[in-house]
Design a protein around this ligand. Sequence first.
Ligand code: NAP
Length: 259
Amino acid sequence: MRAETVGIIGGTGWLGGALARALLDNALIAAERLFLSNRSGDHPLAASGAHLLADNQGLVDASDIVIVAVRPEQFKALAINASDRFVISLMAGVPAQAISSATGARKVVRAMANAAVDIRQSFTPWHCSVELSASDQALVQQLLECVGTASRVPTEDCIDYLSALCGTGPAFPALLMTALMRQAVAAGIPQDIARQAARGVVLGASRLLDETEPQAMIDSLMAYRGVTAAALQSLLAADFEAMVGRAVQAGADVARGGM
Ligand SMILES: NC(=O)c1ccc[n+]([C@@H]2O[C@H](COP(=O)([O-])OP(=O)(O)OC[C@H]3O[C@@H](n4cnc5c(N)ncnc54)[C@H](OP(=O)(O)O)[C@@H]3O)[C@@H](O)[C@H]2O)c1
C-alpha cells in the first residue's frame, strides 16, 4: 500500500479492530507502521507489534492516513488537528463538513462499513466531496476491500441512506430469521426444527442468489402458482416493498439528522 503509515482512532473497537487485523493479515501495512488508539489501554492487538496509543494527536502526527472509528457520540471529545492529513471516517451520521471543521482536514472520506467486517464480507460504500487523485482513490479502495468489497458513491446523502441499508449489516436478515422462527413455533413446529428451517432459508437457500438475479428467482418460483407463490403474494399484498422502504428511510433520517 502506498501510505507510509496508517492510524486508526478507536482501532481496538469492532470496526477499527477488524480493519486493523485485516490490514495486518493482508500485509497491506507492516505492524510498526500501524498506529491504534483507544482510551482503555492494553488490548490483544498490541501483541501484533502495532503501536497502541492513548494520545490521539500523537497518532495523527505519526500517520499519513487517519481512520476515525469511534462511535459518533465519542467524536466531539477527540480534539485533534489533522489539517494536513487524509481522514477516512467510518462513523455513521457525522457529516464530512463537521469532520473537516473539527479536525481541519480538507480531504475527508466517509465510508460506511458494517458488522460483517469481522468475516471480511462488508460491502462498504464511500464518498469524498473533494477531487481525489487516482492513487488516493485506489488507496481507499484497497483499504476498504481488505474487509470485503467497496464502491465510491456519487453523493454524501448516498452514505446516509446506505447507513440504514447496508450499514445495518446482519440486522434485516436477523429480523427475518427471528420472525420465521417465532411464527413457526407459534404454528406448532418444534423449536429446534423451527430454528433449523429459518437458518436454512436465510443462511442456506439464499446463497442461490449469488448465481441468480433475485427478481428472476421470484418470477420462477411464482410461476409454480403453489405454496411459495401464495406466501409471497400475501407479503406483496401487504405492501412488503413499501414497508422495507419506510424502514430504511427511518434509519436514513437518523443518519441525515446527525447523531
Ligand atoms: N458496528 C457496526 O456494525 C457499525 C456499522 C456501521 C457503522 N459503524 C460505525 O463505526 C464506528 C465504530 O463503531 P464500533 O461498533 O466499532 O464501536 P466500538 O466497538 O464501540 O469501538 C469504538 C472504539 O473507539 C474507542 N474510543 C472511544 N473514544 C475514544 C477516544 N476518545 N480516543 C480513542 N479511542 C476512543 C473505543 O475504545 P475505548 O473505549 O477503550 O476508548 C473503541 O475501541 C461508529 O461510529 C459507528 O457509527 C458501526
